[in-house]
Design a protein around this ligand. Structure first.
Ligand SMILES: [Zn+2]
Length: 180
C-alpha cells in the first residue's frame, strides 16, 4: 500500500488501514468504501439534476411550440376572412381615412400572412428543437433551431428573451446528448 494513503489528505494525521473517516478532522479517507459511496451518490445527484433540466427544456419548448404552431397555421388558412373582418370594421375605416393611408384589403391580408408566417416558422423551429432534445440527439440542431425560433419570434421582446434563455439552457445540456 502506498505510504501517502496512510495519512489524512486534509490534516495529515496518520491513519490505520480500514479507516473510512479521519478520527481527527472527520475527512473521508480517499480510496475507502465511504469515499466510493460518496462519489457514486454525487454522480447520481448530478445526473438527476441534468435529467430534470432536460425535462424543463422540453417543457419550455412544448408550451411555446405547440400552441404557436397551431394558432399560426389557423391564422394562415384564415388570413383572407380575418382581413375582411378587419377591413369592414368602422373603426378601421375611420382610422384609414383620418390618416389618409392607402391600405387595401389585400395589404391587410399580406400583413396577416407575414405575421402568421413568421409565427409558423418560429413554432416549427421550436418543435424541431424539442424533438432533438427529447431524443437527446443532434444538440447543434437543437441549439440552432431554438435560436432561430427566438429570432423569428420578433413580434415579442419577451418571447425573444425567453427563447434565448432556453437556447442557452440547451447549449448547457449538450453533454446529455448522445452526439456531444
Ligand atoms: Zn484528518
Amino acid at each position: 500500500m502506498a505510504e501517502s494513503s496512510n495519512f489524512c489528505t486534509k490534516c495529515g494525521r496518520g491513519l490505520e488501514p480500514g479507516m473510512q473517516f479521519c478520527p481527527q478532522c472527520g475527512a473521508v479517507v480517499s480510496g475507502s468504501q465511504a469515499d466510493a459511496d460518496f462519489k457514486k451518490q454525487e454522480a447520481e445527484i448530478e445526473s438527476y439534476i441534468r435529467e430534470s433540466r432536460v425535462n424543463w427544456a422540453v417543457f419550455a419548448l412544448a408550451i411555446y411550440a405547440i400552441p404557436v404552431t397551431i394558432a399560426a397555421f389557423i391564422s394562415l388558412l384564415d388570413a383572407g376572412a380575418t382581413a375582411n373582418t378587419i377591413w369592414m370594421n368602422d373603426d378601421f375605416q375611420n382610422w384609414i381615412i383620418q390618416h389618409d393611408y392607402d391600405i387595401s384589403v389585400d395589404t391587410v391580408k399580406n400583413y396577416i400572412m407575414i405575421a402568421a408566417g413568421l409565427a409558423l416558422g418560429s413554432g416549427v423551429c421550436a418543435l424541431i428543437s424539442m424533438f432533438c432534445v427529447i431524443r437527446r440527439k443532434m444538440w447543434k440542431i437543437a441549439v440552432a433551431m431554438c435560436f432561430l425560433a427566438s429570432v423569428l419570434c420578433c413580434w415579442s421582446i419577451f418571447g425573444i428573451f425567453i427563447g434565448l434563455m432556453v437556447t442557452w439552457m440547451i447549449y448547457g445540456l449538450r453533454d446529455s446528448f448522445t452526439d456531444s
